[in-house]
Design a protein around this ligand. Sequence first.
Ligand SMILES: Cc1cc2nc3c(=O)[nH]c(=O)nc-3n(C[C@H](O)[C@H](O)[C@H](O)COP(=O)(O)OP(=O)(O)OC[C@H]3O[C@@H](n4cnc5c(N)ncnc54)[C@H](O)[C@@H]3O)c2cc1C
Length: 120
Amino acid sequence: MNFINTPTVIVIGAGIGGIATATHLAQRGLHVIVVEKNARPGGRCDRFTRQEHHFDAGPTLVVMPLVYEAEFAALGASAAEMLAWQRVDPTYHLVFDDNSRLTLTSDMKRMQEQLERIEP
Ligand SMILES: Cc1cc2nc3c(=O)[nH]c(=O)nc-3n(C[C@H](O)[C@H](O)[C@H](O)COP(=O)(O)OP(=O)(O)OC[C@H]3O[C@@H](n4cnc5c(N)ncnc54)[C@H](O)[C@@H]3O)c2cc1C
């Protein structure tokens, strides 16, 4: 790459948004520099370890798989081939102060029944 004649873009932040943006710009032939204030990339998609246990600090759910698939396709790759999608159902359990519970599920009938019980 001829850095002297190639426009340079500086992307601030190496979260998933910054990384995706940088990848698209680089694919279009721009010289891209990503600056990140933390010691590693990821932003809110981070992970930390305490006493040998690993904790995801942010996302647990892929809420719009079509967006991921479109992003991968735009970069000439296949999300289905590169990511090991795994359906998790129920996704999680909420336990409230009064010990009532809500189980998040993609079973719409079960989900509706639970929500109706809380807020008829
Ligand atoms: C607890 C939690 C749960 C979530 N659950 C889900 C989920 O289930 N599904 C889902 O789709 N989304 C979820 N999200 C949202 C998702 O994590 C964010 O939308 C996404 O990670 C944001 O990415 P981003 O690149 O826009 O921003 P960020 O991840 O915030 O990245 C911004 C980056 O910029 C860096 N930065 C900021 N200022 C500067 C500076 N001046 N100089 C250099 N670097 C800088 C930061 O350090 C950071 O790395 C969740 C978020 C949280 C916190």
